[in-house]
Design a protein around this ligand. Structure first.
Ligand code: SF4
Length: 183
């Protein structure tokens, strides 16, 4: 019997290659879209819609969390010492809680396909989210599949975003400055 896993999805392009890898390893994958740090709302909607368009085509069941608490989210990012660690932790915590509620022992994230993310922070966030729950964070370094994700998402005609998500990362992208969670 395939082992179940809850996959936090930051966007459809990153999910393409991660899903391919997890399925090749025999996992039965359920997706979870939860990304309140995507600004502005139109960009959030565009990424959400791309997942909604793509997931049925690859038979991926996805749970959508469409909450968009912009003020709380900006406050969380501004109040933290490292906004990317807080952002990862928030997303991993909600994924871990949902996995536990659903009786799925393992969870992971499509963020780990990106060579631009700081994987050490991602592991820290995933492991701390799992700590007090009956679930486990599965870290897999999917960076070798990053090019494959570009190929698959181009093939599927998916929207590919030009920056990580929050308004700070949008500024950093165009000023060519590194975000604190960037590798
Ligand atoms: S740069 Fe990306 S990971 Fe860091 S806070 Fe912004 S959206 Fe989150």
């Amino acid at each position: 019997m395939n082992k179940k896993i809850l996959l936090h999805m930051c966007c459809a392009p990153c999910a393409t290659a991660v899903l391919e890898n997890l399925r090749a390893d025999g996992y039965e994958v359920t997706g979870y879209f939860y990304n309140p740090s995507i600004h502005p709302w139109k960009e959030f909607k565009r990424r959400l819609d791309a997942v909604k368009e793509w997931a049925p085509a690859v038979d991926l069941p996805v749970i959508y969390n469409e909450e968009y608490p912009l003020e709380e989210n900006i406050k969380m990012l501004l109040d933290s010492e490292n906004r990317c660690l807080s952002c990862f932790t928030d997303r991993m915590k909600r994924t871990a809680e949902l996995a536990s509620e659903m009786g799925i022992e393992l969870f992971t994230s499509t963020l780990s396909v990106s060579p631009y993310q700081n994987h050490r922070l991602l592991i820290e966030a995933g492991e701390s989210a799992a700590e007090s729950l009956d679930v486990q964070y599965l870290y897999r370094d999917f960076r070798d599949s990053y090019r494959r994700s570009i190929e698959l998402s181009r093939g599927a005609g998916l929207y590919r975003q030009p920056y990580c998500g929050c308004v700070f990362s949008e500024r950093d992208r165009y000023l060519k400055v590194k975000s604190p969670g960037e590798a």
